[in-house]
Design a protein around this ligand. Structure first.
Ligand code: AMP
Length: 593
């Protein structure tokens, strides 16, 4: 098990495959070379009653389960892979999670098992992690839910052997497992492999990264010679090609050449941040978006300390790391899916393959070790055609890793600022107004509550002579509670940092522009920030600043950018390259005398 690979590390990473360029899905088939445009999954759900699965030759039970799941049309990878697998061919597929690759191999294999009932045949699927094993097993179960007497078992480490042994003793059609536990069962004689007539290696590159190559080869040696083989991998490094050459027999090759299509629904951002400000920045980000968030950190210890800190700030948080027993992990994922918890703090290995549709934001609290880790992390959001956001924390030392990451993923990761008090307070205000409005709409839905509310209103009016507006104000006050509603902690470090970072970032962008002659789209590039010596203590408001600037100079109100007012100074974004005369006028500006 020596294969802990670090050749893909972002520390000076080289481009691995020239194939990762165009956004095309290509079926390489000697006599039948097709090119199919890759599409987001949403499109494939369809609107009408069409059923694009009819032509594959699936039996009625499979079609029924697809109808139950609401699948109308196959995804591109399914269109390309299913006919090949139905013919019994081996298959080498390059695809990420989120493309529908599980159904691409599960559906034809369920059909094949149904066709060969009398042979007592079995399918073995190997996955790098227990999370992915459970997920793939769940997919097989749901796609076979209408097929009678069809059994799928998941076997993975971290759980009791006994249940797995008794499940393996009974009739089983599909076994999904992680390499270590599969080996254990084969060695103990609790998993008989003589009837395996199909082997799937799912996320093969991940298994390689985790050092499973020797285990995989040992397992393959225990299986019957004559079997169908399917290998799916998100990337195609040489090691995977070698495995394919060694074990696959004239495979059909399906390549999604770019990770672009799958990640383009995810808006990728980064924040320059000093290490000691990370937790504070995280809390501020969660003020803006705290429903369905995964935070990735490097160590188990950090998962718990961050979760505790967030819990103290009033969030519903759970931890996912290697120390958490398997049943508890499954329970956590389930609670996340149902919305009982909103935030998950996880290590990379523990969160691999996690498929929770409501994840809207991924925070890379610690910089990922390599491009694959980054791609997997951000792929936890933007599931099944939904959009998502990914934020990466970058410190001074990690700056050049960011450039490597942008180059190797061929993505522009956009810089954003840490939310200031002003932004957070605006958001809190907006939420309060929204909540009150939603609550007013909800009154009509519950007749009992409505009667009670009218009763309370009558009482207040009669007993305390309160009018409608008094009552409304008191009710809102009750919602706000005793704690101070607005954040007022010192956030000057954010402004200082944002300004230095913006200058640095502008410099970088200018350098990059010189280098590549590319058009940059940095939003604030046309602005410069000016500092004025008046602030909250002088009673200054945004409107005062705008009117003073417009009245004393020829600057148009609409061309004034962001205005931030602090206790004793204000920062105003104004158009870059102002005339010297205008700048002199700005120096003499007076606000409220
Ligand atoms: P996967 O790439 O296998 O992890 O699948 C990603 C998600 O797409 C899962 O939630 C699947 O249930 C869903 N999915 C797979 N195939 C289809 C399809 N043809 N139509 C709609 N959704 C699908």
């Amino acid at each position: 098990m020596a294969l802990k690979k670090d050749s893909n590390s972002l520390h000076g990473e080289q481009e691995k495959s020239q194939n990762e360029d165009a956004s095309l899905l290509e079926l390489k088939n000697l006599e039948n070379k097709k090119e199919i445009e890759s599409q987001p999954l949403e499109v494939s759900k369809g609107n009408g009653n069409e059923n694009g699965f009819l032509d594959f030759g699936f039996n009625q039970s499979i079609l029924n389960s697809l109808r139950n799941k609401g699948y109308k049309n196959p995804t591109p990878i399914q269109k390309a892979a299913i006919p090949e697998l139905m013919l019994g061919r081996d298959l080498l597929g390059q695809a990420q999670t989120g493309t529908g690759k599980t159904a691409a191999f599960a559906l034809p294999l369920i059909q094949k098992l149904a066709d060969n009932k009398e042979l007592n045949a079995k399918v073995l699927v190997m996955t790098p992690t227990r999370e992915l094993a459970t997920q793939v097993a769940e997919s097989f179960k749901s796609y076979s839910s209408e097929s009678s007497n069809f059994k799928t078992v998941a076997i993975y480490g971290g759980t009791d052997y006994r249940n797995q042994i008794s499940a393996l003793k009974r009739k089983v059609d599909v076994v999904v497992g992680t390499p270590g536990r599969i080996m254990d069962h084969i060695r103990q004689g609790t998993f008989k492999t003589k009837d395996i007539n199909c082997l799937v290696l799912d996320e093969a590159d991940e298994m390689l990264n985790m050092g499973f190559l020797e285990d995989i080869e040992w397992i393959i040696d225990q299986l019957p010679e004559n079997k169908q083989m399917v290998l799916f991998s998100a990337t195609m490094p040489n090691e995977i090609r070698n495995i394919a050459k060694k074990y696959l027999n004239d495979p059909a090759e399906i390549l999604i050449k770019s990770i672009k299509k799958e990640t383009q629904l995810i808006s990728q951002k980064f924040i320059y941040i000093q290490r000691h400000h990370k937790l504070d920045a995280l809390k501020r980000i969660l003020e803006i978006n705290n429903e369905g968030v995964i935070i990735f950190v490097r160590t188990k210890l950090l998962t718990t300390s961050i979760a505790e800190a967030l819990e103290n700030s009033g969030h519903t948080v759970a931890v996912l790391n290697g120390d958490i027993p398997q049943n508890q992990r499954e329970n956590t994922v389930d609670r996340l899916k149902k919305g009982f918890i909103n935030i998950l703090v996880a290590t990379d290995v523990a969160a691999r393959g996690l498929d929770v549709e409501r994840i809207k934001l991924v925070v890379n609290y610690d910089f990922p070790f390599d491009k694959e880790t980054y791609t997997h992390r951000i792929g936890r959001t933007g599931r099944a055609g939904r959009s998502g956001e990914a934020i990466l924390f970058v410190n001074q030392r990690e700056k050049h890793f960011l450039r490597n990451l942008e180059n190797s993923t061929r993505t522009k990761i956009e810089e954003i600022n840490i939310p200031s008090n002003k932004i957070i307070n605006e958001k809190r205000m907006e939420k309060l107004i929204e909540n009150v409005n939603e609550s007013s709409l909800a009154i009509d839905e519950n007749e009992d509550n409505k009667a009670l509310i009218i009763d309370v209103l009558d009482n207040l009016k009669e007993k305390y002579s309160m009018d409608d507006s008094n009552i409304a104000m008191a009710a809102i006050n009750l919602v706000i509670g005793n704690k101070s509603f607005f954040v007022n902690e010192d956030d000057s470090w954010i402004h200082k940092q944002n300004n230095t970072d913006r200058n640095r970032s502008n410099r970088n962008i200018n350098n990059r522009m010189r280098n590549s002659n590319r058009r940059n789209n940095y939003q604030n590039d046309s602005f410069e920030t000016y500092k004025f010596n008046f602030g909250k203590f002088d009673g200054v408001r945004v409107a005062n600043i705008i009117s003073s600037i417009c009245n004393s100079t020829n600057i148009n109100g609409r061309s004034i950018g962001k205005i931030q007012i602090f206790n004793d100074y204000s920062l105003v974004d104004l158009p870059r390259d102002l005339h010297r005369e205008t700048k002199n006028k700005l120096k003499k500006i007076k606000v409220r005398n």
